[in-house]
Design a protein around this ligand. Structure first.
Ligand SMILES: [Fe+2]
Length: 304
């Protein structure tokens, strides 16, 4: 059996002080939004509580599906790298970027480069599917389980939080899914944006959701994990190789009060079951007074 924890939308706080010239961009709107309200929603102590619980549960692997930072300030990327390091070594943690991690167009040296050890294939994955020059998708293999990591993070205009995988990544994804199926593996696709068309409006959704869904339907996947909506959702997508379970998770730093669900992560147990798979999900959420983490859901998502 393999255990995989999934968390997303870290929105790391506190926000570092921004220099004046760093705010001469889309960041100025985000900066005002952060100080007007978002900093009360995404709280560091909530994230630390959840992070501690994940580390204590000792999953075999941890997947982080984007929005580690808020405005894409160079200092935020460094702090997020420290947080990743605290979560676990790159061999135990896989990360992909979200729209906030591509908030403004950055020199690669200043941005997600600091997370590179967490955003690349492992040797077993590279053997099955060599990473393309653009770095995505990359594959990590752990025994019977393969993670296929995509990037839907693109810089956009103010007030737009949309994402796109793009033609090249989609083509590589189709090949990767076929190869991993031939190897008889349980395929987990990681993407920041919700992959199904109706899950987000045009200004914050995945622009190529229809094309992406078509690839999933034709080539198959067993599990698709995403964030972005800050909501717990479960969908089942029929594919040529059986059902693909699509799960979105709330933000990992969301305060308990408020109308959006509190911080949560999900832990999956994946095991071979005869000729098929057994997949169970356990949700662990933050509760108030005193703030603590509890098992909020346990659900078998697939039997055979
Ligand atoms: Fe997002």
């Amino acid at each position: 059996m393999f255990t995989l924890a999934h968390l997303s939308d870290i929105h790391l706080s506190p926000m570092p002080r921004a220099r004046r010239r760093e705010l001469l961009s889309k960041r100025v709107i985000g900066y005002v939004n952060w100080h007007r309200g978002r900093k009360y929603v995404h709280r560091r102590e909530i994230l630390d509580l959840l992070t501690r619980d994940i580390v204590e549960q000792k999953p075999d692997h941890i997947a982080v599906t984007g929005d580690l930072v808020n405005l894409g300030l160079p200092e935020e990327f460094l702090r997020a790298a420290e947080w990743l390091h605290h979560l676990g070594p790159p061999s135990r943690v896989t990360a992909i970027p979200g729209n906030h991690d591509a908030y403004v167009r950055l020199h690669p040296e200043a941005g997600t480069r600091h997370w590179r050890p967490y955003m690349q294939a492992n040797a077993a994955g590279e053997l099955l599917f060599p990473t393309p020059p653009a770095c995505f998708p990359f594959v990590r293999r752990f025994g019977d389980v393969a993670l296929v990591a995509l990037s839907s993070a693109i810089p956009t205009m103010p007030f737009i939080a949309a994402g796109e995988i793009g033609t090249a990544q989609r083509q590589f994804l189709a090949t990767a899914l076929d190869r991993l199926k031939q190897a008889g593996l349980f395929r987990v696709v990681l993407i920041h944006h919700p992959p199904l068309r109706d899950q987000a409006g045009w200004h914050r959704g995945l622009r190529d959701a229809v094309a992406f869904t078509k690839i999933l339907k034709q080539h198959g996947a067993e599990l698709v994990l995403h964030g972005h909506n800050h909501l717990q959702t479960v969908h089942e997508l029929p594919t040529a190789t059986g059902p693909a379970i699509v799960v979105g998770v709330p933000s990992a730093s969301e305060a308990v009060e408020g109308h959006i669900p509190a911080a949560r992560y999900n832990e999956y147990s994946i095991a071979r079951d005869g000729g098929g798979w057994r997949l169970e999900m356990v949700g662990r959420s933050v509760a108030a007074a005193p703030e603590h983490v509890w098992e909020s859901e346990r659900r078998v998502l697939r039997e055979r």
